[in-house]
Design a protein around this ligand. Structure first.
Ligand code: ADP
Ligand code: TYD
Length: 207
């Protein structure tokens, strides 16, 4: 019997995470695994509040946003109905579009990285991804893709901010290289080529 596992996709906005999550789910299901896909911010009331802040419907300080993500993530893990821990227990392989590395990269330009890491330590203690997949694109490409698909720009979706966030991702990947398994893949190829690169890594490591 194959053992189920937990994968987190990471990258700046528009890097192709949701496209790759879908492709990976199909490939894993074809091998007979049960797969549950999920994302952060979640659909919980906390996740909705975060989305309302990002779309400028309500206003909040960056520190409040950081704390909301901490709470949203704990609920994402611990929710008794469809929390990640429950789904893993039920035998699903779980793929999440964003997890705590997103908080480290997106919140740390505004506050102390150590605070962000500490504040998320309960989640990291409960469940570390078996693998983080970081899809790397340049912020310029991100903005180009977002402009095509969107009518409004969310809170963190400016070129300067995404440059900072990408730098932070690389800083964090280096800083946490002993604790976090991160597979970095070039996100500039076509989606199928990226999916093959991800599949090679995941099938050799887990199947
Ligand atoms: P994310 O979930 O990281 O925001 P998406 O998968 O939603 O990214 O992709 C953002 C946009 O870029 C979508 O319009 C999608 O069709 C497009 N896209 C995704 N992957 C690629 C790729 N490899 N090359 C070009 N465009 C892509
Ligand atoms: P998401 O819906 O994944 O956006 P996209 O598909 O464009 O990547 O995430 C929404 C925003 O939330 C995105 O700008 C990144 C931000 N975010 C944080 O700032 N901190 C976090 O911990 C997470 C999970 C997301």
């Amino acid at each position: 019997m194959k053992k189920n596992f937990f994968i987190a996709f990471e990258g700046i906005d528009g890097s192709g995470k949701s496209t790759q999550v879908k492709l990976l789910k199909e490939k894993l299901e074809a091998t007979g695994l049960k797969v549950y896909t999920t994302c952060e911010p979640t659909d919980s009331p906390m996740g909705k509040m975060i989305r309302d802040i990002f779309s400028h419907r309500i206003e909040a300080d960056h520190r409040t946003i950081a704390a909301l993500f901490v709470a949203d993530r704990l609920d994402h893990l611990l929710n008794k109905t469809n929390g990640i821990l429950k789904m893993l227990e039920d035998g699903y392989t779980v793929i999440t579009d964003r997890y705590y590395l997103s908080s480290y990269a997106y919140q740390s330009p505004y506050m102390d990285l150590n605070w962000v890491i500490q504040a998320n330590s309960l989640s990291a203690g409960l469940l570390r991804p078996d693998l983080n997949v970081y899809i790397d694109i340049l912020p310029e490409i991100s903005i180009e893709r977002l402009n095509k698909g969107r009518t409004s720009i969310e809170l963190y979706e400016t070129l300067d901010n995404l440059k900072n966030v990408r730098d932070k991702y690389f800083e964090i990947i280096e800083l946490l290289k002993d604790e976090e398994q991160v597979f970095v893949i070039d996100g500039n190829k076509n989606p199928e080529a990226i999916a093959i690169g991800i599949w090679d890594k995941i099938s050799s490591q887990f199947l």
